[in-house]
Design a binder for this molecule. Structure first.
Ligand SMILES: Cc1cc2nc3c(=O)[nH]c(=O)nc-3n(C[C@H](O)[C@H](O)[C@H](O)COP(=O)(O)O)c2cc1C
Length: 381
């Protein structure tokens, strides 16, 4: 743990407050916001906080082991970095910083199709901890090329996100012009000018671009035209047929992200998924979605141990990771926590966010009398 950073921010909520002060308002709203009324964002937190865990103080003392075996690899924690689109808008080079920190901490780093770090660069920084998330383009040549590029850099875990059949309708982003194509206004430019460290970092790095999709833009000129083209390339529903095609095209581990029901989980497994990832996209897609943790038991029972269960949405502490694990998740991911870390402190903030979550995870497990994350199951009030 970096003691200097800890003295300034010792929790994810403290990182979030620091991020709020360092980011232009419209950028902070892009990260923190949810769909329509934010009901799903609130549901994630309410359902997590409702879940109580029971300690055992008088058993035999055990040595704590937080390692997690998942899909043929051993990680140091049951924790991973979830994919974030437009990450370079939030903080320049955040994708690289998080990829490096994930490798050092030995946890998975998942790069978004619409991230601003390329597959090649993220893989260089994350090495064997590199996973790639795909919004599968219906255009065969683009989809197959993305897959080929992922394979060429040695990626063995492909995450296909299925919970964006329609673009999330996030009112603040629409008002602020955070959309494809982006629209900058006097208001957003003024908000940027009030955040000098973000402006300096952005000026030093240059405007973020969709690094993974750039090679397919050919000679389409102008930000607006390029953004419209990208939108048309990615626009599609991932139905069973597309998932099946992807299964045939990808020879390694395939993980289906955005599952909220046992029925979808079983369908994904029947179509060849190696793991399912429970998520409501951090409350950004379906306003009346259930809090993600509230469906973990049902989904885990639905897949009946055939494949591992991954989960995210709403994590704000290491304790929340234990809560997810207690319900049957094998690995837990977080999105915003890590972005707040980097926004709060730049590059060292990536490691600091991981360190905070790891310390809280260990403290909670010790307090519960659990020697490992999997022992945390059965500790429900
Ligand atoms: C700003 C932002 C951008 C995101 N972009 C993507 C994306 O490109 N692909 C994806 O599968 N999920 C994306 N997600 C969802 C995250 O991968 C993850 O499911 C979510 O952040 C988990 O909730 P949490 O932020 O409360 O931890 C995004 C989330 C945020 C906050």
């Amino acid at each position: 743990m970096n003691e200097k950073l800890q003295a300034k921010a010792a929790s994810i909520l403290a990182l979030k407050e620091r991020a709020r002060r360092r980011l232009p308002k419209y950028v902070f709203e892009y990260v923190a916001g949810g769909c329509i009324t934010d009901s799903a964002v609130r549901a994630n937190r309410e359902s997590l906080e409702k879940l109580k865990l029971q300690p055992r103080y008088l058993g035999t003392a055990k040595t704590l082991d937080t390692q997690c075996n998942l899909l043929g690899r051993q990680y140091n924690l049951p924790l991973g970095v979830a994919p974030i689109g437009l990450s370079g808008l939030i903080w320049p080079r955040s994708g690289e910083f998080l990829a490096q920190a994930a490798r050092q901490a030995n946890i998975p780093f998942v790069l978004s199709t619409v991230g601003t770090t390329s597959i090649e660069s993220a893989a260089k920084h994350a090495e064997e901890n590199f996973w790639f998330q795909i919004y599968p383009p219906p255009d065969d040549s683009i989809r197959l090329d993305l897959i080929k590029r992922a394979m060429e850099v040695g990626c063995t875990h492909l995450v296909v996100t299925v919970d964006v059949p329609a673009l999330g309708r996030r009112p603040r982003d629409l008002q602020n012009g955070i959309a494809i194509p982006p629209k900058f206004s006097i208001r957003t430019l003024a908000q940027s000018a009030m955040r000098p460290s973000w402006c300096l970092a952005t000026l030093a790095t240059g405007m973020p671009n969709f690094a993974n999709l750039d090679p397919y833009l050919g000679d389409i000129k102008g930000m607006k035209n390029r953004a419209y083209y990208i939108r048309s390339v990615l626009k599609d529903v991932v139905d069973g047929n597309l998932l099946k095609r992807l299964r045939d095209e990808w020879p390694h581990k395939l993980i289906v992200k955005g599952i909220l029901t046992a029925e979808d989980a079983r369908t994904a497994v029947d179509l060849g998924a190696d793991a399912v990832w429970i998520s409501n996209h951090g409350g950004r897609q379906l306003d009346p979605a259930a809090g993600a943790i509230s469906v973990v038991r049902e989904v885990a029972a639905g897949v009946g141990g055939k494949v591992p269960v991954l989960a995210d949405s709403g994590v704000e502490s290491g304790t929340d990771i234990v809560r997810f694990v207690s319900q049957g998740a094998d690995m837990v991911f977080a999105g915003r926590c890590f972005m707040y870390g980097v926004a709060a402190f730049g590059q060292p903030g990536a490691q600091h966010a991981i360190d905070i979550l790891a310390a809280e995870l260990e403290q909670t497990l010790s307090q519960l009398g659990c020697a490992s994350p999997s022992e945390a199951a059965q500790r429900l009030a």
